[in-house]
Each structure stands twice: as C-alpha cells, then as structure tokens.
Write a protein that binds this ligand. Sequence first.
Ligand code: GDP
Length: 298
Amino acid sequence: DKYLSGLSRSQKSFGDRLRTLSNNFHGIDDELLEEIMILLLESDVGIHTAQKIIDRFEKEGKNIKKYDSMEDYLISILYDFYDPELDDPIRFNENGPTVILMVGVNGSGKTTTSAKLIEFFKNEGKSVAVAAADTFRAGAIDQINTWAKRLDVPCIKGKQGQDPSSVLVDACRYAKDHEIDILIADTAGRLQNKKNLMKELSKMNRVVQKEIEGAPQEVWLVLDATTGQNGIMQAQEFMEATNVSGIVLTKMDGTAKGGIVMAIRDQLELPVRFLGLGEKPEDLKEFDLNSYLIGITK
Ligand code: GDP
C-alpha cells in the first residue's frame, strides 16, 4: 500500500533496528535502555520525549522476559504518548466556505502541500479554491497558480509584494459568491522577524474572520520532517504567533526519522493531519496512527 511504501524509508529503520535488538535480548537492562534511547534519538523523537519514554519503560518494564513482549510494550508506550484526544476531527464550516490557512517557513513545502490539499478535497467531492497569499516569495504566485490550473480550480491572486490580507479578502468574497466548500490560503513564510510574522498572521486572521464568520477554521503549519528538532523549534515560534490547529509533515519520503511525529504530539500537543510523501499532488496521506505504528514495527 502506498502509505506504507512511502513511509518505509522513515520507519523501516526504526522497526528493523528495534528488531535487531531481539538477538541479544536478555531482559531490560541499562545496555538495552541505552540502545533504545539512541534509536529514539536517531529517529528524531527528541531528548525530552525520548527520556519520558525510557523512564516509563524502565519503571514498568522490569519483568519483561521475552523480546516479543518488550517490543509490544514499547509500541504500547508510543501509543500512549500519542494522545488520541488530540485528534479532533477537522473543523468544517457548516454555513459557508471552510478556510484553511497554510503557514510555515519557505521551503517547507507549503505551496506543494496546498496543491496536494486541492487534490485531496476535490477527491472528496468538495469544491475548492485557492488564495495565492504568499505575495512575498518570488515565484510563489505562479507556482500555486500553475497547480490550480492543472487541477482545474480557481486561484485568487494579487501581485507580488501586495498585502496578503487584501488577497485573502478577495478570495473569501469569491468563495462565498461561488459557494466554494474549501478555500486553501497559501501564505508567506517569513520567520526572520517574529513581531512582523505575528502582525501579519493576526491581520490575516482578522480579515478572514470579518469576511466569513468563524474563519479560518483551520491553521495548518507545514513542517519539513527532515529538519528534525529544528522543525519543532520553528513550530513553537509559529504557535506563539498564531493559533496553529494542526501539522502537515512533509518530505516523509526522504527521511529515516519518523520519530518526529512523537515529538510533535508530546511537545506541541497538536494533531498531525497529513503526511507529505513526495512532490506530486497525490503524494499526500491522511495521518493515521495505526498505519504509522504498524509501519514502524512491521
Ligand atoms: P514552500 O516554499 O514552503 O512553498 O515550499 P514548496 O512547496 O515550494 O516546496 C519546496 C520543495 O520541496 C519543492 O521542491 C517541492 O517539490 C518539495 N517538496 C514539498 N513537499 C514534499 C514532499 O512531501 N516530499 C518531497 N520529496 N519533496 C517535497
């Protein structure tokens, strides 16, 4: 299945390496804990979350005698860390267009992810439009416009350098007038100056809210999975600047570090909504814990 094959790179190493521990398993001792710690760190779980996992493992796992039960037990701890209560369903607007603001630093895959989401929601039978509100990065407007044309959805755009909020106002009005179900807004990803970012994001929120009650329904932060713990720090900056409601983790096809999902849950307490598994519009998968952990272990 595409999900598993796309994820195999990020997860096989974790599962394979976990299983190689089975050969010398002789109970849970310091040596094993250290090896698991290294495995977690190299998978980008992050020291903070890894330590918590190890602590629990050490405290509660003493009596485990068989390797199989150890592996099951470790996976059950990972399950516990992935608090399912964080997985509220996506909020859709019952009375008009649902607005999804895409945020994240340049290069994280924001524009590509916007294209993937167009494809995803279209396949769900929804009408979709996209706002080219990244008026900052050279080429961003063309890039999303080209995707919109290819995927046959309207793209509301302004000029490079224009105030992104004015593009959003136009896009919201278009979405209302044309009874669009989902409006995806590709915004600029500036982090150099947090104060500016905050100002810009709060203005975007304000104008969207003014046009469509309750909007934006979702603010999704796009994170490049290959940036590991730096991605977590980036996320924290964005979370200080605006109400992030979910994460899209891109480039999962190019990393052996699937553990970042655990760090996101534990440290950011946000749902991972989607995974990016390539550069094409269909290379997007809704995140699902079971498939993810099965991918890790099998
Ligand atoms: P933006 O600056 O955040 O809008 O980033 P882009 O959408 O332009 O993406 C930056 C680069 O990452 C492009 O070359 C994309 O094709 C690539 N990219 C985005 N998502 C993925 C993904 O899930 N997997 C891979 N392998 N490449 C991706």
